[in-house]
Design a protein around this ligand. Structure first.
Ligand SMILES: *[C@@H]1O[C@H](CO)[C@@H](O)[C@H](O)[C@H]1NC(C)=O
Ligand SMILES: *[C@@H]1O[C@H](CO)[C@@H](O)[C@H](O)[C@H]1NC(C)=O
Ligand SMILES: *[C@@H]1O[C@H](CO)[C@@H](O)[C@H](O)[C@H]1NC(C)=O
Length: 531
């Protein structure tokens, strides 16, 4: 496998000059500038190094303060320098112990592709340590990684005495997706918590509070979910109201009877949830979810839905309570193919959670909006002084807990800003897989520059010009063909001066053939930096 580092300074800059010149609102759908791999090479040359015996960069963590990019790979953790990617990297060899590998192999898994440690989770923990988790040969494991206080410290090591169980934090199976966020000293993870990969849960662990999870074996709560992202967003000035949101797609329980239909979701929960006292013990009592809709009107008047959420990017604004949520969707239909970017506001999300609960009277009934009296405090509200007098979810009346248990789904979906996608491509031979957004301040306001990764290794750079009304004045600026081999773009991370992209390629093949960012035999990983 090859890990390639590419630097092309002034690319982003070029794009922005183009924006100012065309802010009058002209909208063009053909790329203004299409750069090939060769063009990119000519900008500044390519620098790269190989990381032998590894692949599959399952986690990237940018650390601008230390000038590092931390990478979780197969059997390795890397620390790369942002100034010069070609410089000797620091690395930690972190394999799974031999007995775990053998156990994994006895269970029928492949010794080389499955029974190794894929580092999948990487978070900042405190001023001196990261928190990292890997699959550990189907034996999830986590560790505190010492990185020092300052760049000059050059510390990068795992203390073996600080290695702990990673169940409910990292997936067992390297092919499974998971999403997590570390807030304070607590990890919130959407992950499968069993070897067979059937028991999917949203799990809170670490920290001082008890571990807590979603209700088990209840398809109304989670139904074969694929977790995409997890974020923390405050609801008020009072930390007791802080919420965590999970983005995922799952088999829609409310569309049963139409075959197996996938819907995309946003789920919410309160950070200070302690579970119920008699029912929902050590389970979330504040978990609610709503459908995320991203659709366009079709020819026959019905909506055509982009059902499969692929990626989420939270753009922070001056108000921490109201970040903008950029998302990428694709279709699951064999007839209609396309990809879209939809933008959601916290207002619309909060409105859906304050709307009617979805209710189903019995097996032969339809899902309808719940018409009866919703108990107090309304499920989904955090126990806090802001909205009531409850100190803990353990003090919630039984009827509240019972209601919450049977009504995790909201009836109304969350619709995107403007009611339709911000940017959309149909009938194209590729799909969008990733998004990252940079807000650029200009003399006449600000622009959101979207970098959209595709499954053929290209990056679209699209500008969205918010004109008060968000009247959808998108403008496609550039299409960057960053990699000459077709591959799947897995991760795009953006810092003010650089974009980091990770691409999985299947060498020697021209078609990704439904390749995903899951680890695969024969997959190469690439990290590129565009500055
Ligand atoms: C980056 O590091 C490599 C390897 O140490 C070195 O050869 C190269 O000159 C460095 N480049 C810059 C711009 O410092
Ligand atoms: C960070 O956490 C690690 C692991 O718990 C601990 O050993 C270390 O002292 C902490 N560092 C600081 C600065 O709190
Ligand atoms: C795929 O895995 C097999 C063993 O499972 C190994 O022999 C082979 O070299 C691998 N192929 C690649 C391209 O890594």
């Amino acid at each position: 496998m090859t890990m390639m580092m590419m630097m092309c300074s002034s690319l982003v800059l070029l794009g922005l000059i183009g924006v100012s010149a065309s802010s009058s609102g002209s909208s063009s759908s053909s790329p203004r500038m299409k750069l090939s791999y060769k063009d990119l090479q000519q900008f500044n040359g390519i620098k790269w190094f190989d990381l032998e015996h590894s692949c599959c960069f399952g986690a990237l963590l940018l650390d601008e303060e230390r000038g590092r990019l931390f990478v979780g790979a197969r059997n390795f953790l890397l620390s790369l320098s942002l100034d010069n990617i070609s410089k000797q990297e620091q690395k930690i060899y972190w394999p799974a112990p031999v007995d775990w590998r053998e156990e994994c192999n006895w269970a029928g898994k492949d010794i080389n592709t499955d029974c190794v440690n894929y580092v999948k989770v990487l978070h900042h923990y405190n001023r001196t340590h990261l928190y990292a988790c890997g699959t550990g040969a189907f034996h999830p494991t986590c560790a505190y990684v010492e990185v020092g206080q300052k760049i000059e410290d050059h510390v990068f090591k795992i203390d073996p005495s600080m290695v702990e169980d990673g169940k409910g934090k990292s997936p067992y199976d390297p092919r499974h997706t998971s999403a997590s966020v570390l807030i304070g000293d607590e990890l919130y993870a959407g992950v499968a918590t069993d070897l067979m990969g059937r028991d999917f849960t949203i799990f809170r662990s670490m920290g001082r509070r008890l571990s807590i999870r979603t209700e088990q074996h209840d398809s109304r709560w989670l139904n074969e979910p694929k977790f995409i992202a997890a974020v923390g967003v405050p609801e008020s000035e009072n930390p007791d109201d802080d919420k965590v949101f999970f983005f995922f797609r799952e088999t829609a329980v409310e569309a049963q009877g139409f075959g197996k239909v996938t819907y995309s979701r946003i789920g919410q929960l309160c950070r200070n949830d302690m579970g119920g006292q008699r029912s929902l013990v050590n389970k979330w009592t504040t978990f609610l979810k709503a459908r995320l809709v991203c659709s366009v009107p079709g020819n026959d008047g019905t909506e055509t839905h982009f059902d499969e959420l692929r990626d989420v990017f939270l753009l922070q604004t001056r108000d921490r309570k109201n970040p903008l949520i950029y998302t990428v969707f694709t279709t699951s239909s064999s007839v209609f193919q396309g990809s879209a970017v939809c933008l959601y506001t916290m207002n619309d999300i909060r409105r859906a959670f304050l709307g009617p609960f979805a209710h189903k009277e019995g097996p032969n009934y339809q899902w309808v909006p719940f018409q009866g009296k919703v108990p107090y405090p309304r499920p989904g509200m955090c126990p806090s002084k802001t909205f009531g007098s409850f100190e803990s979810t353990k003090g919630f009346p039984d009827n509240v807990i019972q209601f919450a248990r049977h009504h995790p789904l909201m009836f109304n979906p969350v619709t995107p800003l403007g009611g339709r996608p911000l940017f959309l491509r149909t009938g194209i031979p590729y799909t969008f897989t990733q998004i990252t957004v940079d807000r650029v301040n200009a003399a006449d306001g600000h622009y959101d520059v979207m970098f959209i990764g595709t499954d053929i290794g290209s990056v679209l750079k699209v500008i969205s010009v918010p004109k008060g009304s968000w009247s959808n004045t998108e403008l496609l600026l550039e299409e960057l063909q960053v990699f000459k081999v077709r591959g799947v773009l897995c991760t795009v991370k953006l810092v003010p001066s650089a974009a980091w992209l990770e691409i999985h390629t299947v060498p020697g093949t021209d078609t990704p053939a439904h390749a995903t960012c899951q680890t695969q035999n024969g997959t190469a990983s690439v990290i590129l930096a565009i500055t």
